[in-house]
Design a protein around this ligand. Structure first.
Ligand SMILES: NC(=O)C1=CN([C@@H]2O[C@H](COP(=O)(O)OP(=O)(O)OC[C@H]3O[C@@H](n4cnc5c(N)ncnc54)[C@H](O)[C@@H]3O)[C@@H](O)[C@H]2O)C=CC1
Ligand SMILES: CCCCCC(=O)/C=C/[C@H]1C=CC(=O)[C@@H]1CCCCCCC(=O)O
Length: 262
């Protein structure tokens, strides 16, 4: 019952890692807004969650996170209007598309930046709000660059740099919002199957056997473990600017950086 009365917004929440996060939040008694571009998957998700947790604790909002106006008005504002407040934002929606790589930048990086700024508008003391917490989802591809996914890799590097800078800005500006980043290794979700398709991988599809060998080498995690990591980032008030990694070999752990020196 740790999050009783708290309200969360999860992008890409209808399936995969986002869905596992939504369920973990609801088990902790939070109210959750599931924001996803996929109408059918979102409707099914909402019915299943209502059946498990009872109606009124979650909402599904169909929204493409790359549509900035819709993200502002349909996702963030409607969530705040419906549930009366916003405390937790998980910018999780992501795609793997090297063919349409501009779209990958739009979903994986630009929308995470917009989601963070909108989260601050609804939660930061700068805007007269009560504070809160934001998680941005990156990937282990930000540490072990993937030759099969150069643009995906670039976006996930960008998410870490942006998040760490914003975490420091939050301290300097006394926003009252903790901002952290999560980097999972391979996770058993529909996204992993995208590496089979030329439509997703473009010319890098010819490396798919190498990609699969890497997966076999490092193993594949279950979404529930990623949700456990997210719940730790949400509930541990000491964490801000943390870079959480989750791998098969080490489980949930943190990346450490050398302190900056002049
Ligand atoms: N599955 C994996 O091995 C890993 C995934 N990640 C990251 O975790 C996050 C979640 O990935 P998965 O759950 O694996 O993927 P998934 O493909 O299973 O689920 C992603 C969800 O995001 C939604 N989505 C996609 N584009 C959207 C858009 N423009 N607007 C709104 N919703 C949109 C999809 O409809 C889907 O419900 C992504 O940021 C991904 O890059 C990071 C490391 C490993
Ligand atoms: C379709 C999207 C999948 C993205 C998954 C991902 O995070 C990819 C990461 C890889 C990029 C190059 C690699 O070798 C990565 C594997 C990362 C696993 C590292 C585990 C290390 C360990 O167990 O200590």
């Amino acid at each position: 019952m740790a999050l009783m009365g708290r309200v969360a917004l999860v992008t890409g929440g209808a399936q995969g890692i986002g869905r596992a996060a939504v369920e973990a939040l609801m088990r902790s008694a939070a109210k959750v807004s599931v924001v996803d571009v996929n109408q059918d998957c979102g409707d099914a998700c909402k019915s299943e969650l209502d059946a498990e947790f009872g109606g009124g604790s979650c909402a599904f909002i169909q929204c493409d996170v790359t549509d900035g106006d819709a993200l502002r008005a349909d996702a963030f504002q409607k969530t705040a209007d419906m549930f009366g407040r916003l405390d937790i934002v998980i910018n999780n929606a992501g795609i793997n598309n090297e063919k349409n790589w501009e779209k990958t930048i739009g979903v994986n990086l630009t929308s995470v930046i917009k989601g963070t700024y909108l989260g601050l508008e609804h939660m930061s003391r700068e805007y007269g709000k009560q504070g809160g917490t934001i998680i941005n989802v990156s990937s282990m591809a930000a540490f072990m660059h993937s030759p099969h996914q150069p643009v995906y890799t670039a976006t996930k590097h960008g998410v870490i740099g942006f998040t760490r800078a914003m975490a420091d800005a939050s301290v300097l500006g006394n926003y009252g919002v903790r901002i952290n980043v999560l980097c999972p290794a391979f996770v058993d979700t529909p996204l992993l199957h995208s590496v089979e398709e030329e439509d997703n991988m473009g010319k890098f599809v010819k490396f798919k056997e190498d990609f699969k060998r890497t997966m076999d080498k490092f193993g594949v995690l279950q979404p529930s473990l990623i949700a456990d990591g997210m719940m730790r980032l949400i509930t541990d008030a000491a964490l801000n600017g943390a870079v959480m990694k989750i791998t098969c070999s080490k489980g949930i752990h943190f990346h450490t950086y050398e302190p900056m020196s002049a």
